[in-house]
Design a protein around this ligand. Structure first.
Ligand SMILES: Nc1ncnc2c1ncn2[C@@H]1O[C@H](COP(=O)(O)OP(=O)(O)OP(=O)(O)O)[C@@H](O)[C@H]1O
Ligand SMILES: [Mg+2]
Length: 262
């Protein structure tokens, strides 16, 4: 879906961020245009989840430099809620359990909050029930999950599927999916991937963080980035993921060791 002429949706420039004074992101550059699917791969601990959380505005991370422009505005100036309302969606690597908050209520509040930000009227509980039924179909999810507490007692794969249900409902401009494939059985992987593909449109974009080429058989990325040492060290097309599968990461780390001063 690459279009040379399409506009930039997200531009990350020289982004650096700390956790408790320890630098984790060390100059990340990334440009995402409307209609594109990007995959970010890389060794454990390289900063992939940190990047996703910094973009979503997680308070544990302090941005120390660089800029993030999203839809023409400075994303770093916005609170996490404002970022979500403006269309940034993060599916967590480890989705949170919120006992006492029903999944259905959570989804309705999140949906209405996004509608409000778009200047649209809130939908009532009855209309929402119809809408959510339609969205359940995208991820082939059993309606019984709606009345349970958010993610409480959900299996790993059920949590991941629930994240995609949220995404289907909120129709974000930028979806960041952090290891959404981890813990999914073979059929669930296909269902979730189909859901992501159905939701990818020319007017939005997706960033998928993954360790496995397998996911990219189902969701074909326009670009594959390799992150290590808090930076994106290499970018390529979908074939780069195949190369990583057969060669691992050492060759990239060695090639760039001088460049990143490690
Ligand atoms: N809140 C935190 N407190 C302390 N260290 C942190 C925190 N968040 C991230 N880090 C550290 O930052 C580094 C990058 O972590 P991050 O979770 O971004 O890696 P990742 O690339 O997502 O790895 P994985 O592939 O294992 O998910 C790790 O060394 C991690 O321990
Ligand atoms: Mg991670």
């Amino acid at each position: 879906m690459i279009s040379e002429n399409s506009e930039v949706l997200l531009s990350v420039r020289d982004l650096t961020a700390d956790v408790d004074g320890t630098p984790i992101l060390k100059g990340v550059n990334l440009e995402v245009r409307y209609g594109e699917i990007h995959a970010i791969m890389g060794p454990n601990g390289s900063g992939k989840s940190t990047l996703s959380k910094v973009l979503a505005g997680h308070p544990a991370y302090q941005v120390t430099g660089g800029e993030v422009i999203f839809q023409g505005q400075n994303l770093l100036d916005l609170t996490p809620e404002e970022r979500a309302r403006s269309g940034v969606f993060l599916a967590f690597q480890y989705p949170l359990e919120i006992p006492g908050v029903s999944n259905l209520d959570f989804l309705r509040v999140a949906y209405n909050s996004r509608r409000k930000a778009q200047g649209l009227e809130e939908v009532d509980a009855f209309d929402f029930d119809d809408l959510i039924e339609e969205k359940l179909d995208v991820v082939k999810m059993n309606p019984s999950f709606l009345s349970r507490s958010l993610n409480e007692g959900f299996s790993g794969g059920e949590k991941k599927r629930n994240e995609i249900l949220q995404m289907a409902l909120l129709e974000p401009k930028l979806a960041i999916l952090d290891e959404t494939d981890s813990g999914l059985d073979i059929d669930a992987l296909r269902i979730v991937a189909n859901g992501v593909n159905q939701l990818a449109k020319p007017e939005n974009a997706t960033i998928m963080i993954t360790h496995y080429q397998r996911l990219l058989d189902y969701i074909i990325p326009d670009y594959v980035h390799v992150m290590a040492y808090g930076k994106i060290l290499m970018c390529g097309g979908k074939d780069l993921a195949l190369e990583l599968e057969s060669r691992g990461y050492d060759w990239i780390l060695q090639e760039s060791a001088v460049g990143v001063g490690v």
